[in-house]
Design a protein around this ligand. Structure first.
Ligand code: MRU
Length: 343
């Protein structure tokens, strides 16, 4: 399984996902600016991966500031920690895992007393590593928990990319497929292209082919026809933010698939770690939806594909109401409608 994040000897590298599947290139993240740029440009993407990467980036940035003698006192440390957390929090608004990492670091430092900066850096590194390792464990548990729903011979449809590229472990929805294969189940996957940035055709197809999992790529609007003609057994998707009532923000197009699944009466499952649940909001109307650049829709593989001045609407996510979700699978178990998640 390909790793999206490498953290070794206090150096952070990510696989540049904008180059996939044509080029497999790891790039170094040496400071906050590079970390923010990597998240904004989707060199790293997927809710859990963004969360992990942001925690590690904060450590990298604070270490750099210390080495460059910018941090000379506790006040300097707290000031720059605060600024860095704020900056990284402004990169992408929807995936709540980013804010989980930010809040975890903030809360840990609230109680923490330290004598020198090196000690504080060590503490920060430990928190970031804990978030990173925790994500791997959560993915593993989600995969295990989903197995009672995934039977031998299942034909599964998935959307966007939810595998090892989207997390620091094996992933969520795709992670459960990996676990099913490890258990010897025969699984067939249909995956959507995922316009406009092609996380499905560029990344999920890449992961499925690398893992030798039988798969077929379709364009987003083929979903209804494929369900009608190919006897899809279930839909598995990930999530970027889940409200307390189970309303789920995920890659644009997820809502359409959930509606189609309801029409054809097939189960629609959301798989996500509890770090994707926003315990501060009651329902999906409060989830901020990222709107991205027009050029992502007006260009296709760097070629202009529309007339110059055409107006574009480009929300990166949509919200699926919880009544359309058959079950939400987290590391804690399988939850069914009606949902109410509390910390
Ligand atoms: O814009 P992206 O590529 O970051 O969107 C990713 C998704 O919507 C995924 O489905 C979601 O983050 C779950 S990843 C395990």
């Amino acid at each position: 399984m390909v790793s999206s994040i490498i953290f070794e000897n206090e150096e952070l590298k990510i696989l540049d996902q904008t180059l996939l599947p044509l080029e497999k290139k790891y790039i170094s993240i040496r400071n906050l600016e590079e970390g923010c740029e990597a998240i904004e440009s989707l060199r790293i993407r997927g809710a859990p991966a963004i969360g992990v990467m942001s925690a590690l980036t904060i450590f990298i940035e604070m270490k750099r500031l210390y080495q460059e003698k910018v941090l000379n006192s506790k006040e300097d440390f707290y000031y720059h920690l605060q600024i860095s957390l704020e900056k990284i929090g402004n990169t992408r608004p929807t995936a709540v895992n980013l804010f989980y990492s930010i809040e975890t670091i903030r809360n840990e430092f609230k109680e923490y007393q330290f004598f020198d900066i090196e000690e504080a850096l060590e503490f920060l590194k430990k928190i970031a590593i804990r978030i990173w390792k925790e994500d791997q464990t959560l993915c593993e548990k989600i995969g295990q928990n989903a197995q009672s729903l995934i039977f031998d011979g299942a034909k599964i449809l998935t959307h966007c990319n939810t595998g090892s590229l989207a997390s620091s472990g094996k992933g969520t929805a795709l992670g459960a497929i990996y676990t099913a294969i490890e258990q010897g189940k025969r699984i067939f996957v249909f995956n959507t292209e995922t316009r406009p940035l092609l996380q499905g055709s560029r990344l999920t197809s890449f992961e499925l082919m690398e893992a030798n999992i039988p798969n077929t790529l379709i364009t987003d609007l083929m979903v209804a026809s494929v369900i009608q003609n190919h006897k899809i057994d279930m839909i598995l998707v990930g999530a970027d933010r889940i409200a307390k009532n189970g309303d789920t923000a995920n890659k644009i197009g997820t809502l359409s698939i959930a509606i189609i699944a309801k029409y054809f009466n097939i189960p629609f499952y959301v798989l996500a770690p509890s770090t994707t649940i926003d315990f501060t909001i009651d329902d999906g109307t409060l989830i901020p939806i990222e709107e991205r650049k027009e050029s992502e829709v007006k260009e296709f593989l760097n070629c202009k594909s529309t007339v110059k001045d055409v107006k574009v609407y480009n929300p990166a996510f949509d919200v699926t109401p919880s009544h359309l979700i058959t079950a939400i699978i987290t590391e804690k178990g399988i939850f069914r409608y009606p949902y109410w998640f509390e910390k």
